[in-house]
Design a protein around this ligand. Structure first.
Ligand code: FAD
Length: 458
């Protein structure tokens, strides 16, 4: 049972830690949030410069989680929410060097030029796939090939996986990277039938028809961490505080470095909402005990996100979509391009457009780490070729993520097990965030709520 004579320590000021701190504070707990950098928000960073709005990291939230809706109400952010425009329903996939509209409905699947006739027939073969219980984990590539065949994986799934994980379909674990599809397969066999059944259940429960809304805020995603931080008591946040060790117990002792000095404090419980490498480095138990050391093996590929502004007439493509993804078989330098100013309003000045280009990821580590000159030269060539972009951008901002997104690769269960064991062995230590609970922002929000509920339950 936690000792609530002391505050709760939340370590990591990304969205997971902020949500956990917010919830506990609203429940009446005294909280202290420790963040090693000089700002809150973690991967979320929105920067407005004049009429340009640049998202350094994530660009949008899929509004499919009740925990997010609840936060919007509590923080009174409903009026600041922006829904993606109707054009954002169109997605482009590159085939033979050309962006082609991805099929938006099952009938469109049959006519799309993105797939050959053999691939379309093979896709329908999914309807006859029987439920299967695997005795071991399989890669995302193998999992989807079983259902849809090789061409669909090469042409569509691999591109989608680049867009979500910046990952490699042959390395990612199907079970951990796509847990709901993994479960559906176990129950239904066919994914097409399972998805149809899920949509029917959602509609019967009064849920919305079609895919979830894609949203952001008037000043970008950074509005959310800023509102969460503003709702915390003024003295609850320690910036520039790098936590180095936890001595668990009732209460726990936390050790951190702040401006070159070592500090300690006593807390009823500790929530760790940190990236894998930070968890691996933490001494938990004694000064030489690092029970999460193995997490250092979790791969975090480097990604560079470049926002480019152009005058509208410099871009031949109508930009009538969410963006484009290039599957690895196309051997392009870019993973994907978001049509940022189509996706959401107030991203670019009148008469201009904004594009966000992602390079690097698990399949092109060289480009994730390349210098600005090389990155700009490959991006300019790709944009000219794929979207008919001419001339120099009028605005450029480059954001680098040397360790972008944790890869739930084959064997990921050993890392999940290490976190579970650590919690079991050490009373009042709770672990969560994108390394454990899913990489989407909504998964991290749900993780923050789960961690807070765990602590509140004592
Ligand atoms: C380029 C990019 C694009 C993305 N796009 C999307 C998208 O469009 N939609 C979407 O849903 N998701 C997207 N994601 C994923 C999503 O942004 C992340 O999964 C999520 O923000 C992670 O939140 P977190 O709180 O778990 O971790 P983080 O945001 O990583 O926060 C962890 C915090 O811990 C701090 N920290 C580290 N070590 C210590 C220490 N020792 N002591 C104290 N503090 C420490 C860090 O400084 C950091 O602030 C994207 C991610 C990236 C990188």
């Amino acid at each position: 049972m936690a000792n609530y004579a002391h505050p709760i320590a939340i370590v990591g000021g990304g969205i997971t830690g902020l949500v956990a701190a917010h919830r506990l504070s609203r429940l009446g707990f005294q909280v202290e949030l420790f963040e090693s950098s000089d700002r809150l928000g973690g991967c979320i960073r929105s920067e407005r410069e004049g009429d340009w709005l640049v998202e350094a990291g994530p660009n949008s939230i899929q509004d499919n989680c009740p925990e997010f809706t609840r936060l919007l109400d509590e923080l009174k952010l409903g009026t600041r929410l922006h829904e993606a425009g109707p054009d954002a329903r169109n997605r482009y996939l590159v085939r033979d060097g050309r962006p082609l509209a991805a099929p938006a409905s099952p009938p469109a699947l049959l006519t799309t030029p993105l797939l050959g006739l053999g691939a379309k027939l093979r896709l329908l073969g999914d309807l006859f796939v029987r439920p299967r219980k695997y005795d071991r984990d399989v890669s995302v590539g193998a999992f989807f090939r079983r259902h849809f065949g090789r061409e669909v994986v090469d042409r569509a799934v691999a591109a989608m996986v680049s867009g979500i994980y910046a990952g490699n379909v042959e390395k990612l674990s199907a079970r951990h990277a796509f847990p709901s599809l993994w479960k559906m397969e176990g129950e239904h066999g066919s994914l097409l039938r399972a998805l149809k059944a899920a949509a029917k259940t959602r509609r019967a429960a009064g849920g919305r028809k079609g895919p979830p809304r894609i949203v952001t805020f008037d000043d970008g995603l950074g509005v959310l961490p800023a509102a969460l931080a503003a709702a915390l008591p003024a003295d609850a946040v320690h910036l520039g505080a790098r936590v180095t060790a936890v001595t668990p117990g009732t209460p726990c002792t936390l050790h951190w470095e702040h401006q070159g000095t070592h500090r300690t404090g006593t807390y009823a419980a500790v929530i760790l909402a940190l990236p894998a490498k930070a968890l691996a480095a933490l001494a938990i138990g004694g000064p030489a005990e690092h029970p999460l050391a193995g997490l250092k093996d979790i791969d975090y590929p480097a990604v560079t996100s470049v926002f480019l502004g152009y005058r509208r007439e410099q871009v031949r493509h109508p930009l009538d979509g969410f963006g484009l993804l290039a599957p690895p078989v196309e051997r392009r330098a870019v993973m994907g391009v978001l049509f940022s100013s189509t996706l959401f309003p107030r991203r670019a000045p009148e008469g201009h457009v904004g594009l966000t280009v992602m390079v690097g990821g698990a399949l092109r580590p060289d480009l994730g780490l390349a210098d600005d000159e090389r990155v700009m030269s490959v991006i300019k060539a790709e944009l000219a070729d794929l979207l008919g972009v001419e001339g120099e951008p009028v605005f450029v901002r480059t954001n680098r993520w040397p360790a972008a997104i944790p890869q739930y690769n084959l064997g990921h269960e050993r890392h999940l097990q290490a976190m579970e064991d650590c919690e079991r062995h050490h009373a009042n230590v709770h672990i969560g965030g994108n390394v454990r609970d899913g990489i989407a922002l909504t998964s991290c929000i749900a993780a923050g709520e789960r961690l807070a509920a765990q602590v509140a339950a004592g």
